[in-house]
Ligand binder design. Structure first.
Ligand SMILES: [Zn+2]
Length: 420
């Protein structure tokens, strides 16, 4: 089957519908959203072209072309999405953002508690472009089967170590990775784990932007920058409420980082996400941000770095041995590898679903403290961590290649070529 399997299914949904009927736009938007859900997509992109409206779905983290909608319906499709998300339909010249409220829809909080007033099903954003408004629909697929640490597919040693860290009464646990690496899912799983393990006896608060899922047992707060309620000021106020565990959605600036470190040293366990390419890289980035080495040294109890790799579909085949196969391994240190093919089940992509690869750095392991205090670079810190037993992201990914779970090309796509 061609790579247009989801496109074929999308066209089938529109079969028998008369484009001249007034309700056609509604039918088309319903078909777009149903197609996205069926494909398990996280986002729908609708991009105006000179010839029509290009529809793309992000499936397993990769944007795939689905269809080109006729030019004459383009602006009506966008307008319909704007109505659904309560945006101003008459403003097409400024970017807008809105949510499709799910009060009536069957959206639960992921905990079997049924529809919640705060739950959000989709977020729609529009942006004016040369040929009309571009729209991106973000679908919140919910926590699904990833509610607890044990369901994320973390390596057993990392899962056990993280469980132990979550029992701590102080310290900072960082979950790092680039955008789209599943950091938030891991953070939410960790929060649910703390709630469950403590039997709701620990006071748990969060500051988030946005709140992506409701976690019963956590006092969740939405940041509101326009009202002066940003991460740093929110965190300072929250400290007066004597929380025991704080989840800070993301550390983006020095002020937030410093406040989070202070909290971690004064009897709070702080859980947060941070943008960095590796666990060791997070230390040097925080150092570059101006965080004092002694804060890093005493505050950080663990750094999880993670990525999501697409899993090969069962249609994958073995790479050849010998020289041809060796080139196909793309320089990875692996004995064998499989490559994607594409079939009906995977919509022609050759991959189905994703898996997590991760590394865990615990700075209190021997030798690292001095390297952090002397502002050692990421390479030096990673070297020490590996000596102390850390398995790097690349090594974990290479093992997944040897196990036939993913391909060398996917590892290079996600981890890049810079990591050797
Ligand atoms: Zn397949």
């Amino acid at each position: 089957m061609s790579s247009g399997a989801w496109g074929d299914r999308f066209r089938q949904r529109l079969n028998g519908h008369d484009p001249s009927q007034p309700q056609h736009v509604t039918v088309m938007v319903d078909a777009i959203l149903a197609n996205a859900r069926e494909a398990g997509a996280s986002d729908v992109h609708l991009v105006p072209q000179e010839t029509g409206l290009a529809m793309q779905l992000r499936i397993d983290g990769v944007l795939q072309p689905i269809a080109e909608l006729p030019k004459e319906t383009s602006s009506n499709v966008i307008a319909r999405l704007k109505v659904l998300s309560e945006l101003l339909t008459y403003r097409t010249d400024v970017p807008q953002e809105g949510r499709v409220r799910s009060d009536s829809a069957a959206v639960s909080d992921g905990n079997g508690n049924g529809p919640s007033h705060n739950s959000v099903e989709m977020r729609v954003s529009t942006f004016p472009t040369l040929f009309g408004e571009k729209a991106v629909v973000r679908l919140f697929v919910g926590s699904g089967g990833f509610r607890f640490l044990g369901e994320l597919g973390l390596p057993e040693d990392i899962e056990t170590a993280v469980q132990r860290l979550l029992d701590r009464r102080n310290g900072l646990l960082l979950i790092t990775g680039p955008a789209g690496s599943g950091k938030t899912t891991t953070a939410y799983a960790a929060l649910r784990e703390i709630v469950q393990a403590s039997g709701s006896t620990r006071s748990i608060s969060s500051l988030e932007d946005p709140i992506e899922a409701v976690v019963p047992g956590v006092a969740q707060s939405q940041i509101n920058g326009a009202a002066g309620f940003d991460y740093a000021t929110g965190l300072k106020s929250l400290m007066r409420q004597d929380p025991e565990v704080i989840f800070v959605g993301e550390i983006r600036d020095r002020n937030t980082a410093e406040t989070a470190f202070q909290a971690s040293l004064t009897g709070q366990l702080v859980l947060t996400t941070f943008h960095s390419s590796s666990a060791a890289g997070a230390i040097s980035r925080l150092s570059d941000m101006g965080i004092e080495p002694y804060l890093l040294r005493s505050g950080v109890v663990g750094i999880v770095a993670q990525r999501l790799l697409r899993k090969l579909c069962s249609c994958a085949v073995d790479e050849a041995d010998g020289d041809a196969g060796s080139a196909a391994r793309l320089g990875l240190d692996v004995r064998c590898a499989k490559r994607p093919v594409g079939c009906e089940r995977c919509g022609g992509a050759g991959y189905r679903g994703r898996m997590i690869v991760s590394e865990l750095l615990q700075p209190d392991l021997s030798g690292m403290g001095r390297a952090i205090l002397s502002r050692g670079d990421a390479t030096e810190i990673e070297g020490l961590a590996v000596q102390a037993g850390m398995m790097t992201l690349l090594r974990r990914a290479s093992l997944a290649v040897e196990a036939g779970q993913t391909s060398p090309a996917e590892v290079r796509r996600v981890l890049g070529w810079g990591i050797s």
